[in-house]
Design a protein around this ligand. Structure first.
Ligand code: ZN
Ligand code: ZN
Length: 337
C-alpha cells in the first residue's frame, strides 16, 4: 500500500510503498476514506522537540470502511463505516482512570491515517451513524477536542464565549460552545473571509482582531467573556485573551503555539482567571461527538475546503506552514496517484 512516512529534518515526508497490513486477532482492517490534515501535523513535522519520531506514519483524523475482520472479532460486518480513535489506552493506569486517553503511556499508536489501509484494535473503531458521511466521520476527531475543552472550562448555559481565530479548531469551539448552551458566541479573527462558515457553525457575531476599539469584543458579546478559546496558536493571543476575559473566567489555550508567548501572570491574578491547556478527548467524548452530530442533524464536512490525493500530504503541510489560507484539508488515499 501507499502511505506517508515522516523521516524527520530535511528528508521530510515521503510517500512510500509499505507491506499491506492485515487484520490480526482482535483487529479490523480499515480502508481509509479521508484523513484530515491537522495543525499538529504541521507542528510535529517541523524539526522541533515535539516532532513525530523519524520513520513513522502519521495522520490522526481518519474514517474509512471495514475491509477485513480479524479472528475473535464479533459483531462487525465488512463494509461498515467507522471513525478511528488514533490511540488506544491501557485502561488501567492513573492517567486512564482520570480520562487522559492520549497521555496513557500504554495502548497502541494508530496515528497512521495518511495511508490506504490501517489495521486497528476493534476498540479504536467507532461506527458512524447513518446520517454521517466518511468526510463527516474524519472530522469527529478534531471536533471532539472542542467538547473536552469546554467541559474543562466548566462552561455553563448562559455564558458568553469569545473564540480567537476562525480556523477548523475555532469552528469546533464555536459549535460546542453553542451546543453546550453559551448565550453568545463571538469570533475575533484577523481576516473576515471565514465569517460565513463561523455563522453556519453557530457564531453570533464576527469582530476583526485588528479592530482598534478595545471594547468592540465586549460590546458585541454584551459583556466580557466567561470563556475565551484561543485557537490561533500565535504569540500575543494568550495576552489578548487575558486582556478580554471576565474576572473569574477561563482561558482555553487550544492553538498549540510553538513559540514563546510572554504573559504577565499578574494580569491573570488580578482577574483570578484560569488558563488551561486541554488536549484531545476521552473515549466517551469521541463517541459523544459522533452522536451529537447525528442528533443535531449536523454535517461538519462543510468545513472541508480541499480534498487531495495521498501524494499531496507533504506539499499541503508545507503550504500550511507558509501560512496558506486553507481551511480543513482532507487527504483521500483512494484517489489514484
Ligand atoms: Zn489534530
Ligand atoms: Zn493507561
Amino acid at each position: 500500500m501507499r502511505a506517508a512516512v515522516y523521516h524527520g529534518g530535511e528528508q521530510g515526508i515521503a510517500i512510500e510503498h509499505l507491506a499491506d497490513p492485515h487484520a490480526q486477532p482482535g483487529e479490523l482492517l480499515i480502508e481509509v476514506g479521508f484523513c484530515g490534515v491537522c495543525g499538529s501535523d504541521v507542528a510535529m513535522t517541523s524539526g522541533s522537540a515535539f516532532d513525530y519520531p523519524a520513520g513513522r506514519c502519521f495522520g490522526h483524523e481518519y474514517a474509512g470502511t471495514v475491509v477485513e475482520i480479524g479472528a475473535g472479532v464479533s459483531g462487525w460486518r465488512l463494509g461498515e463505516r467507522v471513525a478511528c480513535r488514533p490511540k488506544t489506552a491501557c485502561g488501567a493506569c492513573d492517567l486512564c482512570r482520570e480520562g487522559h486517553l492520549l497521555l496513557c503511556p500504554g495502548g497502541a499508536h494508530l496515528s497512521k491515517g495518511f495511508a490506504q489501509f490501517v489495521a486497528v484494535p476493534v476498540e479504536a473503531a467507532v461506527r458512524l451513524p447513518q446520517s454521517l458521511s466518511l468526510a463527516d466521520g474524519a472530522l469527529i476527531e478534531p471536533m471532539a477536542c472542542g467538547l473536552r475543552a469546554f467541559r474543562a472550562a466548566a462552561l455553563r448555559p448562559g455564558d458568553r464565549v469569545l473564540v480567537l481565530g476562525a480556523g477548523s479548531l475555532a469552528l469546533s469551539a464555536i459549535w460546542w460552545a453553542r451546543r453546550l448552551g453559551a448565550a453568545k458566541v463571538v469570533v475575533a479573527a484577523r481576516s473576515d473571509h471565514r465569517r460565513d462558515i463561523c455563522h453556519d457553525f453557530g457564531a453570533d457575531a464576527f469582530v476583526s482582531l485588528s479592530d482598534d476599539d478595545p471594547d468592540a469584543i465586549a460590546a458585541s458579546l454584551g459583556g466580557a467573556p466567561h470563556v475565551v478559546a484561543e485557537c490561533v496558536g500565535k504569540p500575543g493571543m494568550i495576552a489578548k485573551a487575558v486582556e478580554q476575559v471576565r474576572p473569574g473566567g477561563t482561558i482555553l489555550s487550544l492553538g498549540m503555539c510553538m513559540a514563546p508567548e510572554p504573559i504577565l501572570p499578574i494580569g491573570l491574578t488580578f482577574k483570578e482567571a484560569r488558563l488551561i491547556f486541554p488536549l484531545g478527548y476521552s473515549e466517551a467524548e469521541f463517541e459523544e461527538t459522533a452522536r451529537a452530530f447525528d442528533q443535531a442533524g449536523f454535517r461538519p464536512e462543510q468545513m472541508v475546503s480541499d480534498v487531495f490525493p495521498l501524494e499531496a500530504v507533504g506539499e499541503v503541510i508545507a503550504r500550511l506552514r507558509a501560512g496558506a489560507a486553507l481551511r480543513k484539508v482532507h487527504i483521500d488515499p483512494r484517489i489514484a496517484a
